[in-house]
Ligand binder design. Structure first.
Ligand code: GAL
Length: 684
């Protein structure tokens, strides 16, 4: 059966969450569906951790409870995202196949009693997942409640890499396919170093813990292999489903919260992208991390519909300090996802569990029941989303792309790098945060993508860059693009081998610089940077300086002190009809504000001019724009906009006040469609 690649049959914006009725008696099921109707829930994910109940022994199935449940949901107009339960194989599976258990890098064989899949390379696990997925699809492929399939749960979490014998054997097969000859493998891995040369395929192992640092090229290949094996598991289930069922298939990603899977490749395999996002409670501005995850989910899909599969109504239970969401935060978080393209807002989970590891996790129905603030906000949100049907499918357009490359992250995260301060997550967040505060919407992209539609491309952490991709970035600049490259980019090739000719050499033409030597700083050292761009200022930076050699670039900032004193810190180079910027030190978000305002001028971009903390994103539909505003501030903010505010159904003529902590969705007719509205944003 061909891939449907389409939105499931659900009305409007989907609303609901993970539903685990298997934890509750039947009378609670009836109360649940009645309350779902009160809350406006129209989609629930079921069955995700129910393998032990569905297949009680190998090949012996009990579908009676699921039949009853799906019928009940359907009778109540609630659609189902049916899970395959393969993220938690039953006790009988591990008892019969002890060799299918995951082995950690340190050689520990994982026990039973939690969740987490078996070895991705175990033949018994493969057979078992195809059996259960086929059985479910055969039985429920034509059930009217089922509108989509939810394969597995968060591949790569809690276990991704596996060092079992099955995995080692599969790794050798994968390597033979990739390299064909041992000579090619030895060359790619640089095995002359520390005498690691291989004379037999069977001598190659997984990069398990060893007396010292294991060959980084081997580890990078093992990360690629792990991603490949996990995807093979997904494909096996998806294809088993497609053989019997027509509904779209997804699996829930953890964009920006797990890096084990290459979501660019995964998004090509699913019909609908879905993401789970949880705020990091220690971050007082978690909404910025949320926006990164949402923009990444949209970007990897490349135009496919995407849904927020899970987030929390309030606190989670697995962080060191699980901070509860404050009044209104649930709606703000939900609307931020919607603004960035999500067409479904779902939670983990519907009803809080009384037992088990997650009993302190919030839910749509908390332990306090329906006489609670959380429940009231859940009902209010359901009503609000019910007024936004027309927003579904509206697109988000961005003028800026930030490079996000999982392979580069895998390589950079290995040991023995020049400084522990070199974090891709930190640099991406800092650059993204600048753009978020400036009200500029961002896509994420790979360096090899066609970037020609973007006015600005930023490489905050492109440690691994192939010569081919460097040539593409260079052509992007030549053709008039503005490229900003941050330090520790374009350092190694696809085998984690240093590019010859000095660091950043593959981008020498585009940037007009090359790095002779890294000058990492001691812990806590801060230094001054003299900025002489269109303005003059002293900026503060830390962690990193470089001995930068100019090859045509203009110097816009200079290190005042530190080992790089008097050397160039920020440069700009005219190449073709575009400009290549290089930032060789770790500026904070405030320092970047100064530099980026000159970058924006090169790229023809303007900040929104809105006060910090007023998030505004526009979705473009067929006949109208939807300006979605989320006010994270403690004061009301006036917004220059005209049209109809959909949550209140009020006309807006020139100015809308977005209340402190509140949200608004304004339909503004497209400029060419007449009607007098305006999608212009900014302070009146
Ligand atoms: C997710 C997971 C859910 C639940 C949730 C708790 O990552 O998919 O099953 O555990 O976390 O926050």
């Amino acid at each position: 059966m061909a891939s449907p690649d389409r939105w499931p049959e659900i009305r409007g914006i989907a609303y609901g969450g993970d539903y685990t009725p298997e934890q509750w008696p039947r009378e609670v099921w009836r109360e649940d569906v009645a309350l779902m109707r009160v809350a406006g829930v129209n989609l629930v994910s079921v069955g995700i951790f129910t393998w032990a109940l569905l297949e009680t022994r190998e090949g012996v199935f009990d579908f009676a409870w699921l039949d009853e449940l799906l019928d009940l949901l359907h009778e109540n107009g609630i659609a189902v995202d049916l899970g395959t339960p393969t993220a938690s194989p039953p006790a009988w599976f591990f008892a019969e196949h002890p060799d299918a258990r995951v082995v950690t890098r340190d050689g520990v064989t994982m026990g039973f009693g939690a969740r987490g899949m078996a070895s991705h390379s175990s033949p018994a696990y493969h057979a078992a997942i195809v059996r259960i997925a086929s059985a479910l699809a055969e039985r429920y492929g034509s059930h009217p409640a089922v509108v989509m399939w939810h394969v597995h749960n968060e591949y790569g979490v809690p276990v991704g890499e596996d060092y079992s014998d099955h995995s080692v054997r599969a790794f050798r097969v994968w390597l033979r396919e990739k390299y064909v000859s041992l000579e090619a493998l030895n060359t790619a891995w640089g095995t002359t170093f520390w005498g690691q040369h291989y004379g037999e395929w069977d001598h190659i192992g997984a990069p398990a813990a060893a007396p010292s640092v294991v060959n980084p090229a081997q580890r990078l290949d093992f990360a690629r292999f792990t991603d490949h094996q996990l995807r093979a598991c997904f494909r096996a289930e998806r294809d088993a489903i497609r053989a019997h069922a027509p509904q779209p298939v997804t699996t829930n990603f953890m964009a920006n919260q797990s890096w084990t899977t290459d979501l660019w490749a995964w998004a090509g395999e699913v019909d609908i992208v879905s993401d789970d996002h949880y705020l990091w409670a220690a971050d007082p501005e978690g909404e910025i991390g949320l926006a990164i995850a949402a923009d990444l989910s949209r970007s990897v899909g490349g135009g496919k519909p995407w849904i927020l599969m899970e987030h929390s109504t309030s606190a989670v239970n697995w962080q060191p300090r699980n901070v509860a969401k404050r009044p209104g935060e649930l709606a703000r978080n939900s609307l931020s996802h919607l603004a960035r393209g999500a067409d479904a807002i779902l939670f983990f989970q519907w009803r809080a569990s009384r037992s088990g590891a997650e009993k302190f996790h919030s839910a749509m129905i908390p332990h306090a029941g329906t006489s609670s603030r959380v429940w009231r906000e859940v009902v209010e949100l359901g009503a609000a989303l019910g007024r936004l049907d027309e927003v579904r499918g509206a697109r988000v357009a961005a003028d800026v792309a930030i490079l996000w490359d999982f392979e580069s992250f895998w390589a950079q995260d290995l040991e023995w790098r020049p400084s522990v301060e070199l974090s891709h997550a930190e640099r991406i967040r800092t650059f993204y945060e600048r753009l978020w505060r400036d009200g500029i919407t961002v896509d994420f992209a790979l360096p090899g993508h066609d970037l020609s539609s973007y006015k600005l491309v930023i490489a905050p952490a492109q440690y691994l860059l192939s010569a081919d991709d460097a040539a593409k970035l260079t052509r992007y600049v030549e053709a008039g693009g503005t490229l900003v490259v941050s330090f520790f980019s374009a350092i190694v090739d696809e085998n984690d081998a240093v590019h010859p000719g000095g660091f950043v050499a593959p981008l020498r033409e585009a940037l007009g610089v090359v790095v002779e030597e890294f000058l990492p700083l001691r812990e806590g050292a801060r230094h001054a940077v003299r900025w002489d761009g269109s303005t003059s200022a002293t900026l503060v930076a830390d962690a990193w300086q470089e001995d930068l050699v100019l090859d045509g670039a203009d110097v816009l900032a200079t290190h005042v002190d530190g080992p790089g004193a008097r050397k160039a810190a920020v440069t700009r180079h005219a190449h073709g009809t575009g400009h290549g910027w290089y930032i060789s030190t770790r500026l904070d978000a405030a320092g970047l504000r100064t530099v980026m305002s000159d970058v924006y001028a090169d790229a023809g971009l303007s900040p929104s001019g809105l006060p910090d903390g007023l998030e505004l994103v526009v979705r473009r539909g067929d006949g109208a724009d939807y300006a979605i505003a989320i006010n994270h501030r403690d004061d009301d903010v006036p917004l220059a906009v005209s049209g109809v505010e959909l949550l209140s159904a009020q006309d807006v003529d020139g100015e809308l006040v977005v209340p402190a902590g509140g949200v608004a969705v304004v339909r503004t007719p497209l400029p060419h469609s007449g009607g007098g509205g305006s999608a212009k944003s900014g302070n009146p």
